[in-house]
Design a protein around this ligand. Structure first.
Ligand code: IVH
Length: 666
């Protein structure tokens, strides 16, 4: 038994060491595959002998702890906020206050990025992360340790010698832009409202009860503050260096500044460069370097006197709200859009701004004719941030949100707890019907070339289409008569439709557009149930038994198959000859690739593409058609597209050669 305990300890330490080398020093001592093997070995041992599992085990990275209610924990040192400044003058005033406070003594600043995330306090005891607490009200916060442990760049155990026995580190948890964009695309796929910005997404994620879901969200963090008693540093600069040496993720962008002029330069530099960072920042933070001088200056009730933030101005403009239009999406959700008198903002002409939902209109008390402030943050679509009430007309009336669908006049409904109003006329409302077809033909689903949104409009207008299955019954004669359709384009559309018949079952299932069934869930369901017929008769109990399927998805799937319209649609898909079941299947060879997902690209020397795909599946791996943050490996063949390569690199997907893949199989 002692042996097992020792083995778990040694494996745990080894993996921590490898992680440290990888994240802090960019050194891979062993291949990713070998690393995954060690991790799997440890997970198996811990499962067999849970009594020996260590609280800081690297297996905690994948999550699995479900917290019903977060425990409230008091902060050792209050978590204060920072004073804000917006101009050189205000910074000069701060500088003067510091100078006066230090009675003319020499001092220096350290400038850092002000990272736009969620503040976190981490407690380390004897080098082990024991607690992660949110800011809360500054005095006490939520214990989110299980969720924080899933953040890969955060060390769970430090191996450095001479660590203080107890210390606290503070920093910011962020969702990198690449992860945020991928997550929002996925949400769109399943008919959920996109997240407003990476900071909300990070904060929402940290509040999730299931740490396994948190682990999938790929959060990152940056640390900037070391606290404790008798610490071996006398300046902020030294603290940052210590944190870096101990293995913490510290942004290397900080800079020591002797003069205020250097601070201004730092500000200007990052004002230009901030959009090239992988995460959002909303300003910079200026801190007095010497810790004894920090102590001399002290704190007011709310903020330190030794630090201040300089906030970047979001680009903003004022213009007139001319009207509000309403768009009905595929799932019936009604999204209001502000139509603005065109105004120049951050180099582009802005005519529209998103308003999200009815609550947002009410919160801002937006009225037609109002002068509104529009801002552009990191996001693509500008947003309205407020109204200039001094310019409001005497007779303006509060905006009343629509009560009927703008397209089919059905009475709108709102589900309890949801912000969006929606049109329930799922099978009769034109934009919903068209939206469903657009969803069906998209690349990630049936990938139909030669047909786009405009063609779908045209087909609807000409009553050639009610649902996506009708595409398979279109004839040359029907299309050739249509506007903009010549022989060539008709043939292209028809061959695109024909080709799509060979799309595998999971793509068809995703294309059907069942709410909450995104591309990944469709794959899981298809694999588990093997055919649409099996899925159709599955009970909720059977559905939730499938891997990663929760009650919400189960109810949605059940509901879908209960509607006669769905059944009629499926019958047409069947008649069209689509793939509604998994292929006979490949003989399982091993489980060495279990839990790993692959994208393949290019041409291979020892396999055809199909053979390689079968090899992955036969050895327990999962095949994915396009690169996303969720993919583990990209198997790169000859002549692979540069865009795919670039995307994989950007999202941190491991890129392996055909040879690497073969050696993974052993
Ligand atoms: S120092 C007592 N440094 O901004 C000083 N804060 O608006 C504590 N923040 O509560 C904060 N980047 O959550 C500091 N480089 C940085 C920061 C930073 C982001 C956050 C932090 C703080 C808030 C104040």
């Amino acid at each position: 038994m002692v042996n097992i305990q020792e083995k778990i300890r040694v494996l745990t330490d080894r993996i921590h060491h490898l992680n440290h080398q990888y994240y802090q020093n960019s050194i891979s001592e062993i291949s990713d595959f070998e690393f995954d093997g060690l991790l799997k070995e440890l997970a198996n041992l811990e499962k067999q002998y849970p009594e020996f599992a260590l609280s800081h085990s690297p297996t905690q990275r994948v999550g699995g702890t479900v917290t019903k209610e977060f425990k409230q924990v008091g902060h050792q040192y209050p978590m204060l906020s920072l004073g804000n400044t917006y101009s050189r003058e205000e910074l000069q005033e701060f500088d003067e206050r510091v100078r006066k406070g230090l009675e003319g003594a020499h001092f220096e600043y350290v400038c850092e990025l002000k990272i736009d995330g969620v503040a976190i306090s981490l407690i380390y005891e004897n080098g082990i992360l024991v607690q992660a607490i949110t800011r809360g009200d500054g005095v006490k916060g939520d214990d989110v340790t299980a969720n924080a442990k899933t953040i890969k760049s955060l060390p769970l155990k430090l191996s450095h010698k001479d660590l203080p026995p107890w210390f606290e580190v503070r920093g910011e948890i962020v969702m990198p832009f690449a992860v945020f964009d991928a997550l929002n695309l996925e949400r769109e796929d399943i008919g959920e409202q996109p997240m407003a910005n990476p900071r909300n997404a990070a904060s929402g994620t940290m509040k999730m009860q299931d740490s396994a879901v948190v682990a999938q969200r790929k959060l990152d963090c940056y640390l900037y503050y070391l606290l404790g008693e008798n610490l071996p540093s006398s300046s902020h600069q030294e603290s940052l260096q210590l944190l870096t040496d101990w293995g913490f993720p510290v942004s290397k962008t900080w800079k020591k500044c002797e003069k205020l002029e250097d601070v201004f330069q730092f500000i200007e530099h990052w004002d230009k460069e901030r959009f090239s960072l992988p995460m959002g920042i909303d300003g910079i933070v200026i801190k007095v370097n010497s810790i004894s001088q920090q102590q001399e200056l002290g704190f007011t009730a709310k903020i330190p006197r030794w630090a201040i933030s300089y906030k970047y101005k979001a680009e903003s403009a004022t213009t007139v709200l001319e009207s509000i239009s309403y768009q009905v999406g595929r799932t019936g959700a009604v999204t209001p859009v502000a139509n603005l008198k065109p105004v120049q903002l951050a180099g582009t002409k802005v005519k529209r701004a998103s308003l999200h939902n009815a609550d947002e209109i009410q919160r801002l008390d937006l009225r037609i004719g109002d002068y509104v402030h529009v801002e552009k943050g990191g996001e693509i679509i500008p947003k309205i941030t407020g109204v200039d009430l001094s310019k409001r007309g005497l007779f303006s009336k509060p905006t009343e949100f629509l009560t009927e669908c703008p397209d089919c006049q059905t009475r709108l409904l709102r589900n309890e707890g949801e912000a969006a109003w929606y049109c329930p006329n799922e099978y009769g409302c034109p934009p919903q019907l068209k939206g469903k077809v657009e969803h069906f033909i998209q690349r990630k689903a049936m990938n139909i070339d030669g047909i786009g949104a405009e063609t779908i409009d045209l087909l609807f207008e000409n009553k050639l289409l009610i649902d996506a299955a009708d595409l398979y019954f279109l004839t040359y004669e029907q299309l050739i008569g249509l506007e903009r359709f010549a022989d060539k384009s008709v043939k292209k559309a028809l061959s695109g439709i024909e080709k799509s018949k060979s799309q595998p079952f999971p793509k068809v299932l995703f294309g059907m557009g069942i709410r909450f069934v995104g591309a990944t869930v469709a794959e899981k369901l298809a694999e588990h149930f093997q055919s649409l017929d099996n899925l159709r008769i599955a009970s909720t109990e059977q559905l939730v038994q499938a891997p990663e399927i929760g009650e919400k998805i189960a109810w949605s799937v059940m509901g879908y198959f209960q509607r006669p319209e769905s059944i009629a649609f499926i019958e047409k898909l069947k008649a069209a000859g689509l793939q509604l079941e998994m292929p006979a299947g490949v003989e399982p060879e091993s489980e060495v690739l279990l839990g790993m997902s692959f994208v393949i690209s290019g041409v291979f020397a020892s396999f055809s593409r199909e053979e390689l795909q079968d090899k992955i599946k036969a050895n327990g791996g999962k095949l994915i058609s396009s690169v996303s943050a969720k993919v583990d490996y990209l198997v790169a063949g000859e002549n692979m597209g540069p865009a795919k390569l670039e995307k994989a690199q950007r999202l941190g997907v491991k890129i392996i050669s055909e040879q690497d893949f073969i050696s993974m199989l052993g």
